[in-house]
Design a protein around this ligand. Structure first.
Ligand SMILES: NC(=O)C1=CN([C@@H]2O[C@H](COP(=O)(O)OP(=O)(O)OC[C@H]3O[C@@H](n4cnc5c(N)ncnc54)[C@H](O)[C@@H]3O)[C@@H](O)[C@H]2O)C=CC1
Ligand SMILES: O=C(O)C1=NCCCC1
Length: 313
């Protein structure tokens, strides 16, 4: 067996947000269609909730398999999250693609770029469907790897007038804004409250285990993408905001098992974002909405397909 290894450099060169947003939107739709009662032909997405192995106080290893019948994709991602890492990234991943005919491995892909970009693409999809009109002011809470990809994906997709960033270590927010001041009106804020005041869209991408975004700061009708807090006892959003907003998720099953923001607040899930994509659930654009993203293997699979197709593999 000899599988091709596809490096991060190669992936970066082909995995554009334009291709990804469309692919992830389709993947989210297929996933939710597969769970619907009247399942259409060829629409199976077999994606169990990821298995998580805890490594004492250091972090976890997540195993994320999926079979996407429509694309004949059999894929699994292995991803680690070690939040205390300092000189190496906090998330590390590889993705293995197998032949859905024979089970023979086809390729092994670096998983970091795919994880980073497909997560931002999923937030873009949710924002396209749930924001109240064209978003002009974007607030990003947290200034790590996901903040960068969200900044790029949102700048690519929307006509933004201002991006406000906040980080719990302020010098990181200053640096983030300084390095982007020429591409957009990107400003660092001293507090999370200042950053989200009157923002049309909020992206929260922190490693915090306790809420940093409060309900009373949010403009009514704003849309929030909650991307961090992926364990059942972690939360980064005020429970009062979770309970008062209309809540969308990537996977109901996943959210009820993994999302502290949902489990600890007792917030009701209105819909999966894939159901909105499929037109089977409505987009409450005039209400304050939260998209709680935990990340799904189907997103990795459709991203891997773009890469394999681009390289003719
Ligand atoms: N939903 C999804 O599909 C995915 C979610 N994630 C999650 O997104 C979040 C961000 O990921 P990355 O940017 O890759 O991580 P990162 O390690 O690059 O950045 C984390 C950010 O959180 C900030 N932070 C750490 N502790 C904090 C605290 N107590 N309060 C406020 N901010 C704090 C850090 O200063 C940093 O700016 C993580 O929670 C991660 O697990 C990551 C990948 C996929
Ligand atoms: O979907 C993913 O990939 C991840 N989600 C939560 C944090 C680890 C990576």
């Amino acid at each position: 067996m000899q599988s091709e290894f596809i490096s991060a450099e190669k992936i970066v060169s082909v995995l554009t947000y334009k291709l990804l947003v469309d692919a992830v939107e389709r993947g989210l739709g297929l996933f939710s269609q597969s769970n619907a009662e009247d399942v259409a032909d060829n629409s199976t997405v077999d994606q169990p909730v990821r298995t998580v192995v805890n490594i004492s106080n250091n972090g976890f290893l997540g195993c994320m398999p999926v079979y996407v019948e429509a694309d004949q994709l059999l894929v699994t991602k292995l991803v680690t999250f070690f939040p205390k890492n300092k000189d190496v990234p906090t998330h590390n991943a590889i993705i293995v693609v197998f032949s859905a005919n024979t089970g023979v491995p086809r390729a092994i892909l670096d998983g970091d770029v795919i994880t980073t970009r497909r997560t931002a693409a999923a937030s873009v999809v949710a924002t396209k469907h749930l924001a109240n009109g064209n978003p002009r002011v974007l607030a990003i809470l947290g200034c790590g790897v996901q903040a960068s990809s969200h900044y790029e994906a949102f700048s690519d997709t929307f006509q933004l007038e201002q991006v406000r960033v906040w980080n719990h270590k302020p010098e990181r927010a200053q640096e983030f804004a300084r390095s982007r001041e020429h591409s957009h009106n990107c400003v660092a804020c001293d507090s999370a409250q200042d950053a989200v005041r009157d923002a049309d869209v909020v992206v929260i991408v922190t490693s915090s285990n306790t809420p940093v975004l409060m309900a009373e700061w949010i403009k009514p009708g704003a849309h929030i993408n909650g991307v961090g807090a992926c364990r059942p006892d972690w939360a980064e959003i005020d429970p009062a905001l979770m309970k008062s907003a209309v809540v969308y998720v990537d996977s109901r099953e996943g959210a009820l098992k993994e999302s502290g923001d949902i489990i600890l607040s007792g917030a009701k899930i209105f819909a999966e974002i894939g159901e909105v994509v499929n037109g089977t659930k409505s987009a409450k654009r005039d209400k304050t909405t939260v998209f709680k993203s935990l990340g799904m293997a189907v997103e990795d699979a459709v991203a891997a397909k773009i890469v394999l197709d681009e390289f003719g593999l």
